[in-house]
Design a protein around this ligand. Structure first.
Ligand SMILES: C[S@@+](CC[C@H](N)C(=O)[O-])C[C@H]1O[C@@H](n2cnc3c(N)ncnc32)[C@H](O)[C@@H]1O
Length: 240
């Protein structure tokens, strides 16, 4: 798949060069930069072709292709799920629509402070803040008794532009993911959480190590090189 995406990158660059003058007329410098980046991004094109709601789908696809966290029959919580691309991937991989009749049927629960358009195979808690205890209560009502198998978090606060402040806010969201894991993740379960690199990353990693047997840092190819974005992949939650 990555070869196909690279080929489409070369194709998109050529298309982009031809189209640039038309698309950029009357746009601000920031808008121009954003448009050029979108037009030349192979993951944007691939997301469009494969009907994913956004390019971030390929981050989860790459991590899951390598580490095989999402299995048919699993229960997945997708935190910060809007617009829903990670949930789309999770729905396919845990078979939550029951499309593959000979495989176990899983479930996907997505949560976001924003609205999320409905998706077949997923239940959404929209306009819910994951850090709020009332969201945890609503979530627990939807979960099976055994709890969730996987928690995904691609959550990010609105960027303030101050790198260290944004880093700290995202680390604090990751810590609330750990609290959530403690409540609802089954022993042996996994957590993927996004963070922005910075001074508190080591502390967060240590906290994850105290709860999970295996913790590693991953930077998928779809994550832009210039972005401080990284993911902790924590596997095998220890027994409480
Ligand atoms: C990068 S987007 C997620 C994209 C998503 N993974 C996808 O593939 O479609 C980050 C999301 O985190 C959500 N978010 C930020 N803070 C949140 C919070 N406290 N509770 C729930 N969602 C939150 C934002 O509203 C935003 O939709």
């Amino acid at each position: 798949m990555w070869k196909r995406i690279q080929r489409s990158c070369i194709h998109m660059s050529a298309v982009c060069l031809k189209k640039t003058p038309l698309h950029l007329k009357g746009k601000s410098t920031a808008d121009k930069r954003w448009l050029i980046r979108q037009l030349s991004d192979p993951f944007v094109k691939a997301a469009h072709e494969q009907n994913y709601r956004c390019r971030s789908a390929f981050k989860l696809i790459e991590m899951d292709d390598k580490y095989r966290l999402l299995k048919p029959g699993f229960t997945v919580i997708d935190c910060g799920a809007a617009p829903g691309a990670w949930s789309q991937v999770a729905v396919q991989r845990v078979n939550s629509t029951g499309e593959s009749v000979d495989l176990p049927k899983g479930s996907v629960i997505g949560i976001d402070i924003l609205h999320i358009f409905p998706l077949d195979g997923a239940q959404f808690l929209t306009n819910h803040d994951i850090t709020s205890p009332s969201t945890h209560t609503a979530l627990e009502r939807l979960l099976p008794e055994a709890g969730a198998d996987v928690i995904l978090s691609d959550m990010a606060p609105n960027a303030s532009g101050f790198r260290e402040l944004d880093h700290e806010r995202l680390v604090s969201m990751c810590l609330s993911m750990l609290d959530l894991a403690d409540k609802v993740l089954r022993p042996g379960g996994s957590l993927i959480c996004k963070y922005w690199d910075g001074g508190l990353a080591h502390m967060l990693q240590q906290r994850l190590f105290s709860a999970f047997q295996d913790v590693r840092t991953v930077k998928p190819r779809a994550s832009r090189k210039e972005s401080a974005e990284l993911f902790f992949l924590a596997r095998m939650l220890k027994k409480r």
